[in-house]
Design a protein around this ligand. Sequence first.
Ligand code: SAM
Ligand code: SF4
Length: 311
Amino acid sequence: MLDSYGRNIDYIRISVTDRCNFQCLYCSHRLDVLPREQVLRFEDILNIVKAAKDLGFKKVRLTGGEPLLRRHIEQLVAMLQPVGLSIHMTTNGYFLHELSKPLFDAGLNGVNVSLDFVDAEKFRNITNGGRVEDVIAGIDSALDAGLKVKLNTVFTSWHTTDDMKQLIMFSKSRSIPIRFIELMPKNESSFSALFRNISEAKEMMGAFTKMTVEQVSGSDGPAQYFVTEDGVKVGFISFFNLNQCKQCNRLRVSSNGTIYPCLLSNKKLDAFDDIKAGTDKTKEVLSEAILMKPIHGNANEVGPYMSEIGG
Ligand code: SAM
Ligand code: SF4
């Protein structure tokens, strides 16, 4: 469906839980989680995806919190698969070693796995206790299962050239693309200490590899892509770039049924009851949210917590 500015909105991201097993320093993950009755059920999420399909959407991404914490998530994927959208997930990868195969069998097409560091200690510190070995085992199991894998790295002041090199070498060893994401100001205290302009990531990479611009066909999101001399596809995503708003094709739904038309806006629509009322009502409320999308984001409106809407 076209929004008020002629953009074709065909990609929906749905958070299936606000809970998480990590507490990344920049994510402002909330510890007071929603009571179960306020979280969308699998049937409700199916309503959203069916309504989105009717409105011409092509792709759905399940996210969180940590989506793999949602019990029987593979059953949700199996319920969504017949609708016909391409199904993806963003995950911290911790539980992938046990869930990759069931998720692939259920119809999941791909996973974006967050990997900020290969270095075990830095990884543990940024995630507040996560073990990088478990995430790497998860990535390998996803590849073995046949899932398409991409890596997401939030670029921070902790990253040294050596860390960047290790991440690129890891991507090369698994032949998977990696995207460096600039921090969005979601948590005031840790944000200023961790923030670093994404242009510095490109500069740091220039110290150990040559990169050529990659021409991307179709809509591959807001990333600007390059290929290293070793053939690794590398994306850079800046948090505030008015140019990328022209290509925005997304709508986000939080796990309690609030629709967010734009990540950099305070606009939102409480759609919990409408979603529960069935596909027709859900279609109406999704259409309303699409028409609420602003022409571009506002850097002063930082919107919801990342753990509510899943990035
Ligand atoms: N738990 C899953 C994960 O970590 O991949 C899914 C949810 S997480 C909120 C989705 C993505 O948002 C992750 O790649 C994470 O690194 C990123 N993210 C979280 N907080 C961010 C922030 N303040 N700025 C930029 N990206 C952020
Ligand atoms: Fe959890 Fe993902 Fe937020 Fe990290 S970024 S705390 S893994 S939701």
